[in-house]
Design a protein around this ligand. Structure first.
Ligand SMILES: Cc1ncc(COP(=O)(O)O)c(C=O)c1O
Length: 384
């Protein structure tokens, strides 16, 4: 009997310890972790430099309230804004809260309420996050949603150009739809969105919650496309496992988030911001990101080589170290078999296996994971 609401379909593994790309189960079994806590532990489990930063902060203070200036927040905000080529940061505790802040800011700054987002997107579980999300199953049973969200087909330029106009407050988009099945945005589509936003006085909000903090080989995934958003939202990988989210915006938005306009008791908590600062210190370096890119290339090459010919595999897609393997069948039984074989991976929708290994995963770990996937998927290929 559990006292927890059964909101999660739990796996059969209870972790005892975790380090790097490995989770050690209480049953004594070792698992290669290609989930990174759903794109959170981008430096693997318990990276030493982050652990040290957290311990140091724990020894100075844990929480004082946002009424005090805190240089650790300033330090983390500077790293985040500089890496995104943006100017102002609001710290929250999660991805949904970061999106909530971005939506509030966009509505206030434009004086408009209509927001365009996309089918199959995922933007979080708060009411604004659910309203932005383009998946009906997320909203079922919760009654009326926040108004004036319009969901358009992803990568459909004609539908977009038909919808955007002088009433649009913002366009909210993921560069790679993570929960929705690892669908990468089309470059032309994204550039046209940027252009149309400028022409119509609408803000471009990029949800980098899953794609940010080095996941795709750049600090943020939008940087592959030569565009400049007005706001980005980040969370997940930012704190290496400590809860933190952020909305990062252009300087001209500063006046709309003045004192009393928005806030959060725990947002920018010093222990979490210390973890974020130490995480960014490692990830936001060309050398580190080039290595992550090389590992991503190796992962995709290996997946194509070992799985590309199997009937059960429909498509392999993604960017950097964010990979999706679309199958012709439901992936849940395959994911269960992968765990039995010592690899934890994620679904993205019903038919996609999602791989989010740590950015510092080793070549041997990639080889081991791909071998397990090949053997497991081949077995399902025969039985399918
Ligand atoms: C793209 C995207 N946006 C928002 C969220 C919500 O983040 P959180 O679960 O931290 O509220 C997620 C979480 O999976 C996400 O992938």
């Amino acid at each position: 009997m559990s006292y927890l609401f059964p909101t999660y379909q739990r796996w059969e593994i209870e972790p005892e310890k975790a380090a790097g790309a490995v989770i050690y189960g209480k049953d004594g079994t070792e698992y290669l972790d290609f989930t990174s806590g759903i794109g959170v532990c981008n430096l693997g489990h318990r990276p030493e430099a982050v652990e040290t930063a957290v311990k140091n902060q724990l020894e100075s203070f844990w929480h004082v309230s946002n009424l005090f200036p805190q240089s650790i927040q300033e330090e983390a905000a500077e790293k985040l804004a500089e890496a995104a080529d943006l100017d102002c940061v609001f710290f929250a505790n999660s991805g949904a809260e970061a999106n909530e802040a971005a939506i509030k800011l966009a509505r206030k700054a434009t004086g408009r309420t209509k927001i365009i987002s996309f089918l199959q997107s995922f933007h979080g579980r708060t009411f604004a996050g659910m309203a932005a999300t383009g998946q009906e199953k997320i909203k079922e049973g919760f009654g009326s949603m926040l108004e004036r969200f319009v969901h358009l087909p992803f990568n459909d330029l004609e539908a977009f150009q038909h919808e955007i106009g002088p009433e649009t407050a913002a366009v909210m988009i993921e560069i790679i739809q993570g929960e929705g099945g690892i669908h990468v945005v089309d470059s032309e589509f994204l550039k046209e969105i940027e252009k149309a936003c400028m022409q119509n006085g609408a803000l471009l909000i990029i949800d980098e919650i899953q794609t940010g903090i080095g996941r795709t080989g750049k600090p943020f995934a939008f940087q592959h496309f030569g565009i400049k958003p007005d706001i980005i939202t980040v969370a997940k990988g930012l704190g290496s496992g400590l809860p933190i989210g952020a909305a990062v915006g252009k300087a001209e938005l500063k006046e709309f988030f003045g004192p009393g306009s928005h806030g959060s008791t725990f947002g920018g908590n010093p222990v979490s911001t210390a973890a974020a600062s130490a995480t960014m210190e490692i990830i936001f370096h060309d050398e580190f990101l080039l290595e992550a890119t090389a590992k991503g290339n190796y992962l995709f090459e290996s997946l194509h080589k070992r799985l590309g010919q199997l009937d059960i595999v429909k498509e392999i897609r993604g960017l950097g170290l964010m990979a999706g393997i679309e199958m012709t069948t439901d992936v849940q039984p395959i994911l269960a078999a992968l765990r039995k074989a010592g690899l934890v991976a994620l679904p993205a929708g019903e038919k996609v296996i999602r791989l989010l290994p740590p950015l510092n995963v080793s070549q041997e770990e990639i080889e081991k994971a791909v071998k397990i996937i090949e053997e497991t998927v081949s077995m399902h290929s025969i039985t399918a």
